[in-house]
Design a protein around this ligand. Sequence first.
Ligand code: KMH
Ligand code: ZN
Length: 319
Amino acid sequence: MSYPRDRYDPIVLTAAITGGDTLPSQSRSIPRGVDEIVREALAAARAGATCVHLHAREADGRPSGSGEMFGEMAERIRASSDVLLNFSTGGTLGMSLDERLEGIRAGRPELATLNLGTMNYETFPHPQRWPDVEASWEREVLERSGDGVFVNTINMIRQVAQTCRELGITPELEAYDLSHLHTAKYLLEEGTLTSPVRVQLVLGVLGGAGNSIEDLFVMKEAAERLLGGALGGLGVAATGYPMQFRLVSVALSWGLDCRVGLEDSLRTRRDTRATSNAEFVEVATELASLVGRPIASSAEFQSDLRGREFAEGERIATN
Ligand code: KMH
Ligand code: ZN
């Protein structure tokens, strides 16, 4: 599956199961603890997701970088499904990079996020819009609002890229803004990243680009202009309702990979809060069917990723 996609080429559909930005008090549907996250990931796979993007959360919903939890999630999901695993290295504010990399070392997912820059990162920017919360740790998160910085220095990015290479993991480059695409271009030129690269445009985080269709257009055009032939895949993850589904609708028509799920949105209709990630996958597969865009099976995506590794290995062998 090369990029750009032809008119009927399949796209990769990722379900973002739980994330680490939302607070459990916002919705009891946000899976917490290994049992709930595994259950939700398997249900999303059964509903048609090619891949699941996973964070870890403790039983009380607190985000965690625990290698033990990620390792258990990987083992239990792989025992029941061929869905591909995409683990977050984003962690949560205050985690060291080593803590953020524990999960991929333990679970050896097929993919892992590689966040392309340091940025302001706000989920609850104004007290007037804070959700009611139950746990004291949630209140502490809200009280820190306005000071959120997501740290990803160039050397940290180099370390994530190197760790992925050592573990045979495909990095998914997370671009929140135009500057991140320039960083990706530079890292390809210095050899930290190797072509082809998979880029995901992450839209709607306060501190990054917005989640309008115009923002998606600008970022897509910039990605193609800056990364051109090095793009092996280009996708979009947009936050919030209705923009997650509106951008998915455009992305499906353009042949971009798509991400849906409770990490990025809590509603599947204007007045309906989602009760599962499978509901999001069902909306995305219905939209895909309506616009004639096949969704890649996990086996197709797996062989695509392996094909590149093989091709890369061949290139190294002939040097
Ligand atoms: N929660 C998304 C906006 C990661 O996991 O590394 C950011 C994200 C990045 O998914
Ligand atoms: Zn994530």
